[in-house]
Design a protein around this ligand. Structure first.
Ligand code: CMC
Length: 428
Protein backbone atom coordinates (compact mmCIF):
# COMPACT_ATOMS: atom_id res chain seq x y z
CA UNK A 1 0.00 0.00 0.00
CA UNK A 2 1.11 3.54 -0.70
CA UNK A 3 2.01 5.41 2.46
CA UNK A 4 3.11 8.54 0.59
CA UNK A 5 1.91 10.53 -2.39
CA UNK A 6 3.59 12.53 -5.13
CA UNK A 7 1.74 15.57 -6.46
CA UNK A 8 2.09 16.46 -10.10
CA UNK A 9 1.16 19.91 -11.28
CA UNK A 10 0.79 20.24 -15.04
CA UNK A 11 0.37 23.61 -16.77
CA UNK A 12 -3.11 23.75 -18.23
CA UNK A 13 -4.65 21.16 -15.87
CA UNK A 14 -7.26 22.43 -13.43
CA UNK A 15 -5.98 20.62 -10.37
CA UNK A 16 -2.80 18.77 -9.38
CA UNK A 17 -2.71 14.99 -9.79
CA UNK A 18 -1.92 12.84 -6.77
CA UNK A 19 0.11 9.72 -7.44
CA UNK A 20 0.84 6.92 -4.95
CA UNK A 21 4.48 6.34 -3.96
CA UNK A 22 5.58 2.80 -3.07
CA UNK A 23 8.71 1.51 -1.37
CA UNK A 24 10.29 -1.83 -2.18
CA UNK A 25 12.54 -3.65 0.29
CA UNK A 26 15.57 -1.85 -1.18
CA UNK A 27 16.30 0.65 -3.93
CA UNK A 28 14.58 3.84 -5.05
CA UNK A 29 10.91 4.43 -4.23
CA UNK A 30 8.59 4.31 -7.21
CA UNK A 31 5.80 6.65 -8.28
CA UNK A 32 2.77 4.77 -9.57
CA UNK A 33 1.91 6.62 -12.78
CA UNK A 34 -0.75 4.20 -14.00
CA UNK A 35 -3.51 6.69 -13.23
CA UNK A 36 -2.05 9.30 -15.60
CA UNK A 37 -3.63 7.72 -18.69
CA UNK A 38 -7.07 8.59 -17.34
CA UNK A 39 -5.93 12.23 -17.14
CA UNK A 40 -4.90 12.16 -20.81
CA UNK A 41 -1.19 12.06 -20.01
CA UNK A 42 1.59 9.55 -20.64
CA UNK A 43 5.07 9.44 -19.13
CA UNK A 44 7.99 9.65 -21.58
CA UNK A 45 11.09 7.58 -20.83
CA UNK A 46 12.89 6.26 -23.93
CA UNK A 47 15.57 3.78 -22.90
CA UNK A 48 13.74 3.25 -19.59
CA UNK A 49 16.14 5.46 -17.65
CA UNK A 50 13.78 5.75 -14.66
CA UNK A 51 11.03 3.23 -15.23
CA UNK A 52 10.25 0.16 -13.11
CA UNK A 53 8.41 -2.18 -15.42
CA UNK A 54 7.38 -4.69 -12.74
CA UNK A 55 7.68 -5.87 -9.15
CA UNK A 56 10.33 -8.56 -8.70
CA UNK A 57 11.92 -10.44 -5.80
CA UNK A 58 14.70 -12.16 -7.75
CA UNK A 59 17.67 -9.82 -8.16
CA UNK A 60 18.68 -6.50 -6.66
CA UNK A 61 21.35 -4.18 -8.06
CA UNK A 62 22.73 -1.02 -6.49
CA UNK A 63 24.70 0.36 -9.42
CA UNK A 64 26.31 3.17 -7.43
CA UNK A 65 27.70 0.86 -4.76
CA UNK A 66 28.47 -2.05 -7.10
CA UNK A 67 26.07 -4.41 -5.27
CA UNK A 68 24.45 -7.44 -6.93
CA UNK A 69 22.19 -9.69 -4.82
CA UNK A 70 20.32 -12.78 -6.00
CA UNK A 71 17.42 -13.59 -3.66
CA UNK A 72 19.36 -11.46 -1.14
CA UNK A 73 22.70 -13.29 -1.45
CA UNK A 74 25.73 -11.27 -2.68
CA UNK A 75 27.14 -12.52 -5.99
CA UNK A 76 30.65 -12.69 -4.49
CA UNK A 77 29.45 -15.20 -1.83
CA UNK A 78 27.51 -17.24 -4.36
CA UNK A 79 30.51 -17.37 -6.71
CA UNK A 80 32.68 -18.64 -3.86
CA UNK A 81 30.35 -21.13 -2.16
CA UNK A 82 27.58 -22.12 -4.57
CA UNK A 83 27.45 -23.65 -8.03
CA UNK A 84 25.36 -22.93 -11.11
CA UNK A 85 22.78 -25.67 -10.54
CA UNK A 86 22.18 -24.71 -6.90
CA UNK A 87 21.94 -21.08 -7.93
CA UNK A 88 19.43 -22.02 -10.63
CA UNK A 89 17.21 -23.69 -8.01
CA UNK A 90 17.41 -20.58 -5.84
CA UNK A 91 16.62 -18.17 -8.68
CA UNK A 92 13.66 -20.26 -9.80
CA UNK A 93 12.16 -21.20 -6.43
CA UNK A 94 13.29 -18.33 -4.18
CA UNK A 95 15.32 -20.16 -1.52
CA UNK A 96 18.53 -22.17 -1.40
CA UNK A 97 17.65 -25.87 -1.64
CA UNK A 98 17.93 -28.31 1.25
CA UNK A 99 20.26 -31.23 0.55
CA UNK A 100 17.34 -33.41 -0.58
CA UNK A 101 15.89 -30.66 -2.77
CA UNK A 102 19.29 -30.06 -4.37
CA UNK A 103 19.78 -33.77 -5.10
CA UNK A 104 16.35 -34.03 -6.68
CA UNK A 105 16.71 -30.84 -8.76
CA UNK A 106 20.24 -31.68 -9.87
CA UNK A 107 19.08 -35.16 -10.96
CA UNK A 108 16.17 -33.68 -12.91
CA UNK A 109 18.48 -31.26 -14.75
CA UNK A 110 21.05 -34.03 -15.33
CA UNK A 111 18.49 -36.39 -16.86
CA UNK A 112 16.90 -33.86 -19.22
CA UNK A 113 20.07 -32.95 -21.11
CA UNK A 114 19.35 -34.97 -24.25
CA UNK A 115 17.36 -33.42 -27.10
CA UNK A 116 14.85 -35.23 -29.34
CA UNK A 117 16.69 -36.93 -32.19
CA UNK A 118 14.50 -35.04 -34.70
CA UNK A 119 15.89 -31.77 -33.39
CA UNK A 120 19.30 -32.65 -34.85
CA UNK A 121 17.69 -32.31 -38.29
CA UNK A 122 16.93 -28.63 -37.65
CA UNK A 123 20.65 -27.88 -37.75
CA UNK A 124 20.99 -29.19 -41.30
CA UNK A 125 18.81 -26.36 -42.56
CA UNK A 126 21.49 -23.85 -41.60
CA UNK A 127 24.59 -23.04 -43.60
CA UNK A 128 27.68 -24.50 -41.96
CA UNK A 129 29.04 -21.00 -41.37
CA UNK A 130 25.83 -19.76 -39.70
CA UNK A 131 26.48 -17.77 -36.55
CA UNK A 132 25.70 -20.09 -33.60
CA UNK A 133 23.47 -17.36 -32.10
CA UNK A 134 21.17 -17.52 -35.12
CA UNK A 135 21.06 -21.31 -34.80
CA UNK A 136 20.29 -20.97 -31.09
CA UNK A 137 17.41 -18.50 -31.68
CA UNK A 138 15.77 -20.86 -34.16
CA UNK A 139 16.37 -24.20 -32.47
CA UNK A 140 15.32 -23.05 -28.98
CA UNK A 141 12.11 -21.55 -30.39
CA UNK A 142 11.56 -24.88 -32.16
CA UNK A 143 11.69 -26.82 -28.87
CA UNK A 144 8.05 -25.88 -28.26
CA UNK A 145 7.12 -28.22 -31.11
CA UNK A 146 8.28 -31.20 -29.03
CA UNK A 147 6.41 -30.48 -25.81
CA UNK A 148 2.82 -29.69 -26.75
CA UNK A 149 1.64 -31.73 -23.79
CA UNK A 150 3.31 -29.44 -21.25
CA UNK A 151 2.64 -25.96 -22.58
CA UNK A 152 -0.23 -24.94 -20.32
CA UNK A 153 1.45 -21.92 -18.77
CA UNK A 154 -1.29 -21.58 -16.15
CA UNK A 155 -0.09 -24.84 -14.54
CA UNK A 156 2.88 -24.63 -12.17
CA UNK A 157 3.85 -28.22 -13.07
CA UNK A 158 4.09 -27.35 -16.79
CA UNK A 159 6.07 -24.19 -16.10
CA UNK A 160 8.49 -26.14 -13.91
CA UNK A 161 9.18 -28.93 -16.39
CA UNK A 162 9.67 -26.37 -19.18
CA UNK A 163 12.18 -24.53 -16.98
CA UNK A 164 14.09 -27.76 -16.26
CA UNK A 165 14.08 -28.73 -19.93
CA UNK A 166 15.43 -25.36 -20.93
CA UNK A 167 18.22 -25.25 -18.32
CA UNK A 168 19.21 -28.84 -19.11
CA UNK A 169 19.09 -28.66 -22.91
CA UNK A 170 20.67 -25.26 -23.52
CA UNK A 171 24.28 -26.53 -23.13
CA UNK A 172 23.49 -29.45 -25.45
CA UNK A 173 22.02 -27.19 -28.15
CA UNK A 174 24.83 -24.65 -27.69
CA UNK A 175 27.51 -27.33 -28.13
CA UNK A 176 25.64 -28.79 -31.13
CA UNK A 177 25.63 -25.37 -32.82
CA UNK A 178 29.42 -25.26 -32.42
CA UNK A 179 29.95 -28.81 -33.67
CA UNK A 180 27.74 -28.09 -36.68
CA UNK A 181 29.79 -24.99 -37.39
CA UNK A 182 33.10 -26.86 -37.46
CA UNK A 183 31.75 -29.93 -39.25
CA UNK A 184 32.20 -32.43 -36.43
CA UNK A 185 29.61 -34.96 -35.22
CA UNK A 186 27.36 -33.97 -32.35
CA UNK A 187 28.21 -35.37 -28.92
CA UNK A 188 25.42 -36.81 -26.81
CA UNK A 189 25.48 -35.43 -23.26
CA UNK A 190 27.18 -37.55 -20.62
CA UNK A 191 25.06 -37.56 -17.50
CA UNK A 192 27.89 -38.77 -15.29
CA UNK A 193 29.43 -35.28 -15.64
CA UNK A 194 28.35 -32.13 -13.87
CA UNK A 195 26.76 -29.20 -15.72
CA UNK A 196 29.94 -27.31 -16.63
CA UNK A 197 31.98 -30.46 -17.33
CA UNK A 198 29.27 -31.82 -19.59
CA UNK A 199 29.22 -28.62 -21.61
CA UNK A 200 33.00 -28.66 -22.07
CA UNK A 201 32.84 -32.35 -23.00
CA UNK A 202 30.13 -31.77 -25.64
CA UNK A 203 32.08 -28.77 -27.02
CA UNK A 204 35.53 -30.31 -27.25
CA UNK A 205 35.29 -34.08 -27.34
CA UNK A 206 35.41 -35.92 -30.65
CA UNK A 207 35.15 -39.63 -31.47
CA UNK A 208 38.80 -39.92 -32.48
CA UNK A 209 40.56 -38.71 -29.35
CA UNK A 210 39.99 -39.01 -25.62
CA UNK A 211 39.12 -35.70 -24.01
CA UNK A 212 40.18 -34.90 -20.48
CA UNK A 213 38.31 -32.19 -18.69
CA UNK A 214 40.64 -29.68 -17.06
CA UNK A 215 39.21 -28.95 -13.56
CA UNK A 216 40.42 -25.32 -13.74
CA UNK A 217 38.39 -24.86 -16.94
CA UNK A 218 35.35 -26.60 -15.46
CA UNK A 219 35.47 -24.32 -12.40
CA UNK A 220 35.93 -21.24 -14.60
CA UNK A 221 33.02 -22.33 -16.81
CA UNK A 222 30.74 -22.82 -13.81
CA UNK A 223 31.72 -19.34 -12.56
CA UNK A 224 30.99 -17.81 -15.96
CA UNK A 225 27.56 -19.49 -15.83
CA UNK A 226 26.94 -18.18 -12.30
CA UNK A 227 28.09 -14.63 -12.96
CA UNK A 228 25.81 -14.29 -15.97
CA UNK A 229 22.79 -16.10 -14.50
CA UNK A 230 20.59 -13.07 -13.88
CA UNK A 231 20.68 -9.30 -13.90
CA UNK A 232 17.17 -8.05 -13.13
CA UNK A 233 15.27 -6.19 -15.86
CA UNK A 234 18.00 -5.92 -18.53
CA UNK A 235 17.11 -5.70 -22.23
CA UNK A 236 16.82 -9.46 -22.86
CA UNK A 237 14.95 -10.21 -19.62
CA UNK A 238 12.52 -7.39 -20.35
CA UNK A 239 12.09 -8.86 -23.84
CA UNK A 240 11.27 -12.28 -22.33
CA UNK A 241 8.75 -10.68 -19.94
CA UNK A 242 7.15 -8.68 -22.75
CA UNK A 243 6.87 -11.75 -24.99
CA UNK A 244 5.60 -13.79 -22.03
CA UNK A 245 2.97 -11.18 -21.21
CA UNK A 246 1.15 -12.14 -24.41
CA UNK A 247 0.81 -15.71 -23.14
CA UNK A 248 3.46 -17.03 -25.57
CA UNK A 249 5.02 -20.38 -24.65
CA UNK A 250 8.27 -20.40 -22.64
CA UNK A 251 10.45 -21.71 -25.49
CA UNK A 252 9.31 -18.89 -27.79
CA UNK A 253 9.91 -16.38 -24.97
CA UNK A 254 13.44 -17.63 -24.31
CA UNK A 255 14.14 -17.49 -28.03
CA UNK A 256 13.13 -13.80 -28.01
CA UNK A 257 15.53 -13.26 -25.10
CA UNK A 258 18.34 -14.90 -27.07
CA UNK A 259 17.66 -12.52 -29.98
CA UNK A 260 17.79 -9.46 -27.70
CA UNK A 261 20.94 -10.70 -25.99
CA UNK A 262 22.76 -10.96 -29.30
CA UNK A 263 23.30 -7.20 -29.70
CA UNK A 264 26.81 -5.85 -29.04
CA UNK A 265 25.53 -3.38 -26.42
CA UNK A 266 24.27 -6.37 -24.38
CA UNK A 267 25.43 -10.01 -24.48
CA UNK A 268 27.21 -9.57 -27.80
CA UNK A 269 29.80 -7.46 -25.98
CA UNK A 270 31.99 -10.44 -24.99
CA UNK A 271 32.39 -11.37 -28.66
CA UNK A 272 32.85 -7.70 -29.55
CA UNK A 273 35.71 -7.43 -27.03
CA UNK A 274 37.71 -10.06 -28.86
CA UNK A 275 36.85 -8.59 -32.26
CA UNK A 276 38.06 -5.23 -30.95
CA UNK A 277 41.33 -6.77 -29.71
CA UNK A 278 41.76 -8.30 -33.18
CA UNK A 279 41.07 -4.94 -34.80
CA UNK A 280 43.63 -3.21 -32.57
CA UNK A 281 46.07 -5.95 -33.55
CA UNK A 282 49.40 -4.37 -32.83
CA UNK A 283 50.26 -4.08 -29.11
CA UNK A 284 52.50 -1.00 -29.46
CA UNK A 285 51.76 1.90 -27.13
CA UNK A 286 51.07 4.32 -30.02
CA UNK A 287 48.57 2.01 -31.65
CA UNK A 288 46.66 1.31 -28.41
CA UNK A 289 46.54 5.05 -27.68
CA UNK A 290 45.13 5.64 -31.18
CA UNK A 291 42.17 3.37 -30.35
CA UNK A 292 41.66 5.01 -26.94
CA UNK A 293 41.54 8.38 -28.76
CA UNK A 294 38.99 6.97 -31.21
CA UNK A 295 36.81 5.76 -28.31
CA UNK A 296 36.82 9.31 -26.93
CA UNK A 297 36.04 10.95 -30.25
CA UNK A 298 32.33 11.83 -30.50
CA UNK A 299 32.48 11.69 -34.32
CA UNK A 300 33.82 8.14 -34.31
CA UNK A 301 31.36 5.29 -33.60
CA UNK A 302 34.18 3.17 -32.12
CA UNK A 303 33.65 2.32 -28.44
CA UNK A 304 35.82 0.39 -26.04
CA UNK A 305 33.84 -2.84 -25.92
CA UNK A 306 33.63 -4.37 -22.46
CA UNK A 307 33.67 -0.96 -20.79
CA UNK A 308 30.73 0.86 -19.24
CA UNK A 309 27.37 -0.28 -17.98
CA UNK A 310 23.93 1.29 -17.85
CA UNK A 311 23.42 0.43 -14.18
CA UNK A 312 26.89 0.05 -12.64
CA UNK A 313 28.32 3.53 -12.37
CA UNK A 314 31.17 2.63 -10.06
CA UNK A 315 32.28 -0.93 -10.65
CA UNK A 316 30.72 -4.16 -11.87
CA UNK A 317 30.89 -6.66 -8.95
CA UNK A 318 30.76 -9.53 -11.45
CA UNK A 319 33.85 -8.13 -13.17
CA UNK A 320 35.79 -8.27 -9.88
CA UNK A 321 35.09 -12.00 -9.45
CA UNK A 322 35.62 -12.64 -13.16
CA UNK A 323 39.00 -10.91 -13.08
CA UNK A 324 40.14 -13.36 -10.36
CA UNK A 325 39.00 -16.32 -12.46
CA UNK A 326 40.69 -14.76 -15.48
CA UNK A 327 44.00 -14.58 -13.60
CA UNK A 328 43.58 -18.23 -12.45
CA UNK A 329 42.95 -19.49 -15.98
CA UNK A 330 45.78 -17.46 -17.49
CA UNK A 331 48.18 -18.70 -14.79
CA UNK A 332 47.11 -22.32 -15.43
CA UNK A 333 47.82 -21.82 -19.13
CA UNK A 334 50.98 -19.73 -18.67
CA UNK A 335 49.60 -17.17 -21.11
CA UNK A 336 51.07 -14.02 -19.58
CA UNK A 337 52.89 -13.12 -22.82
CA UNK A 338 50.01 -13.46 -25.27
CA UNK A 339 49.99 -10.21 -27.34
CA UNK A 340 46.19 -9.97 -27.33
CA UNK A 341 46.10 -10.32 -23.56
CA UNK A 342 48.78 -7.68 -23.31
CA UNK A 343 46.57 -5.31 -25.30
CA UNK A 344 43.63 -6.14 -23.01
CA UNK A 345 45.65 -5.45 -19.87
CA UNK A 346 46.99 -2.19 -21.31
CA UNK A 347 43.50 -1.04 -22.32
CA UNK A 348 42.24 -1.81 -18.84
CA UNK A 349 45.08 0.19 -17.31
CA UNK A 350 44.79 3.20 -19.63
CA UNK A 351 41.00 3.34 -19.29
CA UNK A 352 41.23 3.26 -15.50
CA UNK A 353 43.71 6.19 -15.55
CA UNK A 354 42.25 8.30 -18.36
CA UNK A 355 40.15 11.34 -17.39
CA UNK A 356 37.48 10.61 -20.05
CA UNK A 357 36.76 7.13 -18.64
CA UNK A 358 37.09 8.20 -14.98
CA UNK A 359 34.68 11.13 -15.44
CA UNK A 360 32.06 8.92 -17.14
CA UNK A 361 32.65 6.05 -14.72
CA UNK A 362 33.47 3.63 -17.51
CA UNK A 363 35.02 0.56 -15.91
CA UNK A 364 35.72 -2.87 -17.39
CA UNK A 365 32.50 -4.89 -17.14
CA UNK A 366 32.00 -8.65 -16.73
CA UNK A 367 32.23 -9.24 -20.47
CA UNK A 368 35.66 -7.71 -20.75
CA UNK A 369 37.09 -10.52 -18.60
CA UNK A 370 34.76 -13.35 -19.64
CA UNK A 371 35.78 -12.82 -23.29
CA UNK A 372 39.45 -13.11 -22.35
CA UNK A 373 38.88 -16.29 -20.27
CA UNK A 374 36.81 -17.99 -22.95
CA UNK A 375 39.40 -17.21 -25.60
CA UNK A 376 42.17 -18.59 -23.38
CA UNK A 377 40.17 -21.81 -22.88
CA UNK A 378 39.97 -22.30 -26.63
CA UNK A 379 36.29 -21.40 -27.04
CA UNK A 380 35.75 -19.80 -30.46
CA UNK A 381 34.72 -16.14 -30.37
CA UNK A 382 31.37 -16.78 -32.06
CA UNK A 383 30.37 -19.00 -29.10
CA UNK A 384 30.87 -16.32 -26.42
CA UNK A 385 27.37 -14.87 -26.60
CA UNK A 386 25.93 -18.37 -26.88
CA UNK A 387 27.55 -19.19 -23.53
CA UNK A 388 26.04 -16.02 -22.08
CA UNK A 389 22.64 -17.24 -23.33
CA UNK A 390 23.13 -20.66 -21.71
CA UNK A 391 23.82 -18.92 -18.38
CA UNK A 392 21.04 -16.33 -18.65
CA UNK A 393 18.36 -18.89 -19.48
CA UNK A 394 17.76 -19.51 -15.77
CA UNK A 395 17.35 -15.76 -15.16
CA UNK A 396 14.93 -15.41 -18.08
CA UNK A 397 12.81 -18.39 -17.10
CA UNK A 398 12.75 -17.34 -13.42
CA UNK A 399 11.46 -13.88 -14.38
CA UNK A 400 8.95 -15.38 -16.79
CA UNK A 401 7.73 -17.79 -14.08
CA UNK A 402 7.55 -14.99 -11.49
CA UNK A 403 5.41 -12.92 -13.85
CA UNK A 404 3.09 -15.73 -14.88
CA UNK A 405 2.64 -16.87 -11.26
CA UNK A 406 1.07 -13.52 -10.30
CA UNK A 407 -1.61 -11.50 -12.03
CA UNK A 408 -0.11 -9.62 -14.97
CA UNK A 409 -1.13 -7.52 -17.91
CA UNK A 410 0.04 -7.64 -21.49
CA UNK A 411 3.02 -5.27 -21.87
CA UNK A 412 1.85 -2.47 -24.13
CA UNK A 413 3.85 0.80 -23.98
CA UNK A 414 2.47 3.96 -25.57
CA UNK A 415 4.34 6.70 -27.44
CA UNK A 416 4.68 10.41 -28.06
CA UNK A 417 3.45 10.60 -31.65
CA UNK A 418 5.46 13.04 -33.79
CA UNK A 419 4.23 12.09 -37.29
CA UNK A 420 1.68 13.81 -39.53
CA UNK A 421 -1.72 14.53 -38.10
CA UNK A 422 -4.62 13.34 -40.25
CA UNK A 423 -4.44 14.46 -43.91
CA UNK A 424 -6.38 13.58 -47.03
CA UNK A 425 -5.18 11.15 -49.68
CA UNK A 426 -4.51 13.30 -52.80
CA UNK A 427 -7.47 13.34 -55.19
CA UNK A 428 -6.68 12.22 -58.77
N1 CMC B 1 33.63 3.52 -24.84
C1 CMC B 1 33.70 4.87 -24.97
N2 CMC B 1 32.78 5.74 -24.50
C2 CMC B 1 31.72 5.21 -23.87
C3 CMC B 1 31.56 3.82 -23.70
C4 CMC B 1 32.58 2.96 -24.20
N3 CMC B 1 32.48 1.64 -24.05
N4 CMC B 1 30.41 3.57 -23.02
C5 CMC B 1 29.85 4.77 -22.79
N5 CMC B 1 30.65 5.77 -23.30
C6 CMC B 1 30.41 7.22 -23.17
C7 CMC B 1 29.25 7.69 -24.03
O1 CMC B 1 29.71 8.11 -25.30
C8 CMC B 1 28.72 8.85 -23.21
O2 CMC B 1 29.60 9.94 -23.36
P1 CMC B 1 29.02 11.48 -23.31
O3 CMC B 1 28.41 11.62 -21.94
O4 CMC B 1 30.21 12.33 -23.55
O5 CMC B 1 27.99 11.56 -24.40
C9 CMC B 1 28.89 8.36 -21.76
O6 CMC B 1 30.00 7.45 -21.81
C10 CMC B 1 27.67 7.69 -21.18
O7 CMC B 1 27.35 6.58 -22.01
P2 CMC B 1 25.89 6.15 -22.44
O8 CMC B 1 25.96 5.60 -23.83
O9 CMC B 1 24.92 7.24 -22.14
O10 CMC B 1 25.61 4.96 -21.42
P3 CMC B 1 24.46 3.91 -21.54
O11 CMC B 1 24.07 3.59 -20.15
O12 CMC B 1 23.39 4.35 -22.47
O13 CMC B 1 25.19 2.64 -22.23
C11 CMC B 1 26.44 0.67 -22.50
C12 CMC B 1 25.74 1.60 -21.51
C13 CMC B 1 26.86 -0.63 -21.77
C14 CMC B 1 25.48 0.28 -23.63
C15 CMC B 1 27.68 1.39 -23.08
O14 CMC B 1 28.56 1.73 -22.02
C16 CMC B 1 28.41 0.54 -24.12
O15 CMC B 1 28.01 0.53 -25.29
N6 CMC B 1 29.50 -0.19 -23.70
C17 CMC B 1 30.20 -1.08 -24.60
C18 CMC B 1 29.41 -2.35 -24.79
C19 CMC B 1 29.47 -3.27 -23.60
O16 CMC B 1 30.54 -3.55 -23.07
N7 CMC B 1 28.29 -3.80 -23.19
C20 CMC B 1 28.20 -4.84 -22.16
C21 CMC B 1 27.47 -4.43 -20.95
S1 CMC B 1 27.73 -5.66 -19.63
C22 CMC B 1 26.89 -7.08 -20.19
C23 CMC B 1 25.43 -6.97 -20.10
O17 CMC B 1 24.91 -6.82 -18.98
O18 CMC B 1 24.78 -7.07 -21.15
Amino acid sequence: MADRKATLTVDGLEKPIELPVYSGTAGPDVIDVRGLGAEGLFTFDPGFMATSSCESAITYIDGGKGVLLHRGYPIEQLAEHSNFVEMSYMLLFGELPTEAQYKDFEARVRTHTMVHEQLANFFKGFRRDAHPMSILCGVVGGLAAFYHDHLDITKQEDREISAIRLIAKMPTIAAMSHKYNIGQPFNYPRNDLNYAENFLYMMFSNPCEPYEINPVYAKAMDRIFMLHADHEQNASTSTVRLAGSTGANPFACISSGIAALWGPAHGGANEAVLNMLDEIGDDSEDNIQRFIDRAKDKDDPFKLMGFGHRVYRNFDPRAKVMKETCDEVLAELGLGDDPQLKIAKRLEQIALEDEYFIERKLYPNVDFYSGIILKAMGIPTNMFTVIFAVSRTIGWISHWNEMISESYKIGRPRQMYIGHTQRDYPAE
